[in-house]
Ligand binder design. Structure first.
Ligand code: MSP
Length: 486
């Protein structure tokens, strides 16, 4: 029996159209999901949209649209990103889904109440609608939220609170012992620091103010706080609250998130799970943010890149490759079309594209289009073994860009190997030529499993060049040009 692997992306706010930041989260998660699938894991890969709260309502009002229609339209665009970019998610959850999400939120609230972890109180504080969270004065820079550049509003409200403080000591232990691992690991210290001043958290807001959300069971005047509603998607999607078998995929093996929402995922969410007595996620992968040409993406700067515009210019595999190779999974990274074109020419056209077309042409000319698996050079086998070891080592440490770099060193090695052996020259015997080409071709064939999670279309094209004729014998056909240069 294969073991399960449950991976999630954050659910995206539908206040604005998707940009490449969301795409970045999706391609990281997709690569991991595909790698685990290739290792025979039973993968459940979840993504979706976060559709309640004041932020969304205000956006719909600005657009002059009915809020449900507005969220339907933007949610559909996020779903369209997943299909456009070959994202292999198992399910797409929406928090306005009354059949698949609502029962989970209601059950969760009920359970928290049962455990005595919900109480009513007054909250007075500064609220940032952009973050959908309260801010401490120390979170602000020059009086404004550093992420949204707006001054938070002073609110004094009657809310239901969640007794987060009951779980802070337990959470400290959890992070010190590595029960939940945060990647990159240095972010664990940030979380431990945050835990030093974690207070109970307001878990509802007055309906008359927020207007758009799920009512607190038993108190129609209050709506469940948008983050409590949203985080529950990780449970509701797999059936919590509506399907007895929901535990099949629980707990999450990895929550992939951006660095701005670490507190919610590393503190609020595990505290909720501790209250419910549910198993905790094994890993939180916290990636950095993308800038564009060195600047933060913003509507004001007019530099927001739409995944739908980008794909008109470059194939989806090229965009996926660029995001996963150029940007370190752990740190902030920069997107620029110049850098994308450099990677295209260098890594893709000259390195991989050239390798495949050269080898297939030579096999056709020199070996009658056939290769034999029993005739592979030890040097190539040993490089392939090193790749295997290093690749999975990087993946296990969530260093996808380094795993890809490792794969590309293998292609560089294969190119150098051919140049060195010169299977076209008069100096090589037919036997040597055949061995060189068998070795390189099987090197390429073997690498498809590492390439597919990052570049599924390209992997498929390369795979279709090989047809098995009998045990260990393959016919090789030249592919269409993988990465044409104009
Ligand atoms: N709705 C919440 C998440 C709830 S999860 C239970 C949210 N949504 S968001 O749409 O604002 O952000 C979704 C994800 O996109 C976050 O992980 C965020 O870090 C990520 N990104 C937003 N801008 C980004 C970049 N510029 N670069 C990379 N990721 C970016 O937060």
């Amino acid at each position: 029996m294969s073991s399960k692997f449950y991976i999630t992306t954050p659910i995206f706010y539908v206040n604005a159209d998707p940009h490449i930041g969301a795409l970045y989260t999706l391609v990281i998660s997709d690569a991991i999901a595909r790698i685990r699938r290739s290792q025979d894991k039973d993968v459940y890969f979840l993504t979706g949209t976060d559709e309640h709260g004041a932020k969304i309502l205000q956006a719909s009002e600005r657009a002059g649209q009915n809020v449900q229609e507005f969220t339907d339209a933007i949610s559909a665009k996020f779903r369209y990103v997943t299909t456009t970019y070959n994202i292999s998610n198992t399910y797409f959850i929406r928090t306005t889904d009354e059949i698949n999400h609502l029962p989970g939120v209601l059950k969760l609230w009920f359970e928290l109440v049962q455990r005595g972890d919900i109480y009513k109180g007054f909250y007075e504080g500064l609220y940032c609608v952009g973050c959908e969270s309260y801010k401490k004065p120390s979170d602000l820079i020059d009086g404004v939220c550093p992420d949204h550049k707006i001054a938070p509003t002073l609110l004094k409200e009657e809310n239901y609170f969640f007794k987060l403080s009951k779980y802070t000591d337990k959470l400290k232990e959890i992070y010190k012992s590595g029960t939940i691992k945060i990647w990159p690991q240095h972010r664990t210290n940030e979380v431990l620091q945050m835990l030093e001043d974690s207070e109970d958290i307001s878990f509802s807001r007055p309906r008359e103010i927020v207007k758009w959300g799920i009512a607190v069971p038993g108190d129609e005047s209050q709506l469940i706080y948008v983050w409590a509603d949203a985080l529950t998607n990780y449970l509701s999607a797999i059936g919590y609250g509506r399907d007895e078998n929901w535990q099949k995929y629980w707990p999450a093996d990895v929550h992939v998130i951006g660095k701005d929402i670490l507190r919610f995922h590393a503190i609020t969410w595990p505290a909720m799970l501790l209250s419910l007595g549910l198993e905790l996620p094994a890993n939180i992968l916290c990636h950095g943010h993308l800038t564009v040409d060195g600047q933060k993406m913003s509507k004001t700067l007019g530099n927001v890149i739409s995944p739908f515009e980008l794909i008109k210019k470059y194939p989806r595999d090229v965009i996926r490759y660029f995001l996963l190779r150029e940007v370190s999974t752990a740190e902030d990274g920069d997107f620029s079309e110049d850098k994308l074109r450099d990677r295209y020419r260098g890594d893709l056209a000259h390195n991989l594209g050239n390798l495949v077309s050269r080898v297939a042409t030579l096999i056709e000319i020199k070996c009658g289009g056939k290769i034999y698996k029993n005739d592979i050079d030890e040097t190539v086998l040993s490089q392939a073994n090193t790749l295997n070891k290093n690749f999975y080592n990087f993946v296990d440490n969530f260093k996808l860009n380094e795993a890809l770099a490792e794969l590309w060193s293998f292609y560089t090695f294969l190119n150098a190997y051919i140049n060195d052996k010169k299977p076209w020259g008069k100096d090589a015997t037919q036997e040597e030529i055949a061995k060189t080409l068998n070795s390189v071709a099987f090197g390429i064939f073997d690498s498809i499993k590492y390439l597919e999670p990052f570049m599924p279309d390209t992997a498929h094209k390369i795979k279709s060049c090989f047809t098995q004729e009998s045990d260990g014998v393959y016919a090789v056909q030249k592919p269409e040009s993988l990465f044409p240069l104009d």
